[in-house]
Design a protein around this ligand. Sequence first.
Ligand code: ADP
Ligand code: MG
Length: 248
Amino acid sequence: STTNTPILEARNVSKSFGKFKALQNVSTSFMPGTLTAIIGPNGAGKSTFFNVLSGAFPPTSGQILFNGKDITGMQQHEFARIGISKSFQITNVFKQLTVHENVRVAAQMETARYNFLRNAQSYPGPIEVADQLLRRVNLEHLRNKKTGDLAHGQQRALEIAMALACNPSLLLLDEPTAGMSPEETLVMMELIRTLASERTVILVEHKMKLIMGLCKRIIVLHHGEFLAEGTPEEIQNNAEVRRVYLGQ
Ligand code: ADP
Ligand code: MG
């Protein structure tokens, strides 16, 4: 039945760069409405897995299914159109534009309009959508600031606002707290908690402690392979996981 269909499934996904196997036969799935963290040491293949899951590039072998439909090989804009959105990277944000202008650019994209209409909501227009998104990530008070003048944590929140512009049912966040101060990290964690109450979220994070209180399910990658999955408690008590993280 549909209630048992994962929103996203990876089947035997591998990805090689030349001879180097960055991902090897990873199989896992994500149920609708869940918040899952993917952890693993640096170089474990987390970002590679994420790029495959978000359509940035296809796997070398294996399949990606979205709501039971095989979407392997589709382009990233098609992933966005069906409702899979990965957070923008700050390198894709226009630093000379204001905060509101940046979100407006994202809200003007064809995919944004399409997804609002598909969900039978009237498309309120890019200005209104940008207003909504800035309220969503608590940046409305900075709407007229030049993006380049924002604090790091605020820039990362802006990336998320832009990723939300296409109204995704599945949001992928790759290390959203990277480079953040402890205070910024707490604010971001709260935002992720809120976003996860509205849609499926998959989070890549290499700081294990950080996601322990946030997620019910954690997947561990190591050397491009699926090492373990479980609740935070199971993962913390997993001998292999502890060995991999020793010294971190
Ligand atoms: P993580 O996000 O877990 O730190 P990555 O997925 O970024 O790990 O990288 C996994 C491995 O794949 C690393 O050894 C990295 O050097 C390699 N890798 C990632 N992207 C590329 C690429 N475009 N070309 C060659 N090697 C890559
Ligand atoms: Mg990474």
